[in-house]
Design a protein around this ligand. Structure first.
Ligand code: FE
Length: 229
């Protein structure tokens, strides 16, 4: 059995949010899909350890914000690698409260769905929540972010359209520099590309990064990085 076959399944990338009492929480999820058209129903698979899981279970509502292709890694890291138990996820994020009472992320979002849970299935580590769509809106007619594209960018394979892209072969001396990998989120620091989001110019070695530099995706320090082999 080759489990890497599972990598061939394509997904999008979303912020799934919910509420509990007056609190909001949201997280990154790739497992969102439509089940039926009539009535419109969708499903999300959520890890039981996540705070969003607890919120959906109690409030029986969830929202899905569909991320735009150009969503910054830092934004994904904020929702994907921080726990709502430690940070207030919606504090510095533009959002509005939907008809379900749950929050809808308005930044980097091309459209959203709101759903009321009609059924759920315990699948060990996760719960599959099925929901009837009660609201849906397109915000921008732009391309959605796919899981594959996100991984390509995160692994340093910056697309040609990105401002930090450097033509292969033009920076021989830079290319020899060691890449480093974040052990928490697998982001790869590539000296050839630098980290434009933190003002690090291409050609800056990992060693030369300032001590207070943090992973642009998950926010951990340099000590959580290791040499990429
Ligand atoms: Fe990281």
């Amino acid at each position: 059995m080759n489990l890497k076959t599972l990598y061939k399944i394509s997904y999008g990338l979303y912020v799934v949010s919910s509420k509990m009492d007056k609190k909001f929480n949201g997280q990154i999820a790739n497992t969102v899909f439509q089940i039926t058209a009539e009535p419109p129903t969708i499903a999300v698979s959520i890890n039981k350890e996540n705070l969003t899981h607890e919120f959906i279970r109690k409030s029986k509502v969830f929202t899905v914000s569909i991320l735009v292709k150009e969503t910054p890694l830092k934004f994904i890291g904020h929702f994907g690698f921080r726990s709502g138990r430690e940070v207030e996820k919606f504090q510095d994020v533009s959002y509005k409260v939907g008809v379900t009472g749950a929050p809808l992320v308005m930044e980097n979002t091309i459209g959203y769905l709101e759903a009321e849970v009609i059924n759920s299935l315990d699948v060990g580590t996760h719960t599959l929540f099925m929901g009837k769509v009660v609201a849906a809106e397109i915000l921008k007619d732009e391309e959605p972010l796919t899981y594959a594209y996100y991984h390509k960018v995160k692994r340093g394979a910056t697309p040609k359209t990105a401002p930090v892209h450097i033509e292969e072969g033009t920076h021989q001396e830079i290319k020899k520099m060691q890449k480093y990998k974040c052990t928490v989120c697998e982001y790869i620091y590539d000296p050839e590309k630098g980290d434009s989001g933190s003002g690090i110019s291409p050609g800056t070695s990992f060693e030369d990064l300032p001590d207070d530099w943090v992973c642009p995706v998950c926010g951990v320090g340099k000590d959580k990085f290791e040499k990429k082999v």
